[in-house]
Ligand binder design. Structure first.
Ligand SMILES: [Zn+2]
Length: 484
């Protein structure tokens, strides 16, 4: 039988800072193991923490982007546990008074997996947040047979934990939730939120019950998932596993499970009986933080969220929702688009060319918009050549390819070199007359209503031309000459 599914997510996301949460060690990724360490992040006796103000400011900013409130005083607590990834034997976190409370995330429809884009069950659904607190990341452990390797470079990196209310119902919604959060945090300058680099990780809480009037079922937690598609797969597996057990009369118990993405299954780690008792208590080394000044400062710096920018593009530039969403999916792309815009260029045409031609060309080269070899100024030059009739849009694509390979030259220079000269109306006129004279039968058919043959004549004209005229202009002129 089918059950009601309730899902809540705890997302851990590294805050983008130059240094760690409580010391001045660098936070860079991929360095030689155990090189970015000091007495504080190694938990040596007598070392004292110093707060990273940027991490606090960015967390408060994340809260503002997600509609959270920040209490006047925020506190630090110790979460005690014994494991080699945290040599102090406690993690400094926020239990009682986090930096951000409440808030919500409205799932972006375009953040759902491609295969369900046309069948989103609850479009635009709001997922409530419970809180966002700031803590320190732990070291990275690698387990090899009988040995474990620990890299403390990551230990002490500022880590936000974004806790949702249990408002999600499917793996697809969890996927869209993570992608939406990623987009907002990346574009807000808060985190790169790259799951492949471990900058964003996620715990999934999932429970099943028969009826909406029943209390929530036993909570099963899946730990430390590190890709959006793994989250989707893990939720599908877990719903099926719990459904199967409940159908067979096996009651679910509160437990924590590990997701093995290679095998496509979850495995039991521990049940509630042997859950950790973290013995939280206020951190004696850090004073409670008064937040008023930070809130005031950050409230002036809240950037435009991706959905707000997309709405502006739809309204100001009359773009379709799809085009606006594509352009706003990445800050670098939005900036590029706005830099290309100029009086005399229709925003819709610019959007079309960037989405259809430029993104494709970049994709072929395996580079992102940030690394686009063609500057926004040169891209504008290219689109102006389309606008003034020198190039047809398919010709512009050819020129763009050449510009990508040779970014030092201007659009005009490359177009010239490729034989796309500005249209000489006298020459085009003569070419049209010649083609018309050479094809009297086709011309008669066109005059009788078979306009498709205009394409044939245009083809003949393009062959006869020594330069490369704009085929659209040629077709228009032929039509005018034959049909009046
Ligand atoms: Zn350190």
């Amino acid at each position: 039988m089918s059950y009601l599914v309730t899902i809540g997510l705890e997302v851990h996301c590294q805050v983008d800072t130059a240094t760690k949460m409580f010391c001045s060690c660098a936070t860079s990724f991929g360095d030689e193991p155990n090189t970015n360490v000091c007495p504080v992040c190694l938990g040596l006796p007598g070392a004292l923490p110093v707060l990273n103000r940027v991490a606090i400011e960015k967390t408060v900013l994340a809260g503002m982007l997600l509609g959270c409130s920040t209490p006047p005083v925020s506190k630090w607590d110790r979460k005690n546990y014994f494991y080699p990834d945290m040599p102090k034997n406690y993690q400094t976190t926020q239990m009682e008074l986090p930096l951000c409370i409440g808030g919500e995330v409205q799932l972006y429809d375009h953040c759902y997996p491609n295969d369900v884009q046309k069948s989103i069950a609850r479009p635009g659904i709001l997922i409530r947040l419970n809180r966002i607190h700031l803590e320190e990341d732990v070291a990275k452990s690698t387990h090899l047979g009988n040995a474990s390797l620990v890299d403390y470079n990551r230990a002490g990196t500022p880590l936000m934990e974004i806790v949702s209310e249990p408002d999600l119902e499917t793996g697809e919604e969890a996927f869209a939730y993570l992608r939406t959060l990623q987009m907002i945090l990346q574009q807000g300058g808060i985190s790169d939120a790259d799951m492949e680099k471990g900058q964003m990780r996620c715990d999934v809480n999932i429970s099943l019950r028969k009826n909406a009037s029943d209390p929530l079922g036993a909570k099963v937690e899946l730990k430390n998932l590190n890709s959006t598609s793994a989250v989707r797969r893990a939720i599908h597996f877990e719903i099926e596993r719990q459904t199967d057990e409940m159908d067979r009369g096996i009651a679910q118990i509160q437990s924590t499970r590990r997701w093995d993405d290679d095998r496509g299954e979850s495995q039991m780690m521990r049940t509630k009986e042997d859950a950790h008792d973290y013995r939280y208590f206020p951190c004696p080394d850090l004073l409670p933080l008064e937040t008023a000044e930070i809130v005031e400062k950050m409230s002036l710096l809240v950037p435009e969220a991706p959905h707000q920018r997309a709405a502006r593009y739809e309204k100001d530039f009359a773009l379709s929702r799809y085009d606006a969403n594509v352009l706003c999916s990445e800050l670098a792309l939005s900036r590029y688009f706005e830099d290309v815009l100029a009086p005399g260029l229709a925003a819709k045409k610019v959007a079309n060319f960037l989405i259809n031609a430029m993104l494709g060309a970049l994709n072929e080269r395996g580079c992102g918009v940030g690394e686009c070899p063609v500057s926004a100024t040169e891209m504008r030059g290219l689109l102006q050549l389309v606008e003034d009739g020198t190039l047809a849009s398919n010709q512009a694509r050819e020129v763009l390819d050449a510009m990508m390979a040779n970014p030092a030259k201007s659009a005009r220079e490359i177009a010239d070199e490729m034989g796309f000269k500005p249209t000489d109306t006298g020459a085009l006129d003569a070419l049209c007359d010649a083609v018309i004279a050479a094809n009297p039968e086709k011309v008669a058919e066109i005059a009788a209503g078979n306009e498709k043959l205009l394409n044939f004549l245009t083809g003949q004209l393009m062959k006869a031309a020594t330069t490369k005229p704009n085929p659209k202009l040629a077709t228009d002129l032929l039509r005018k000459k034959i049909l009046g």
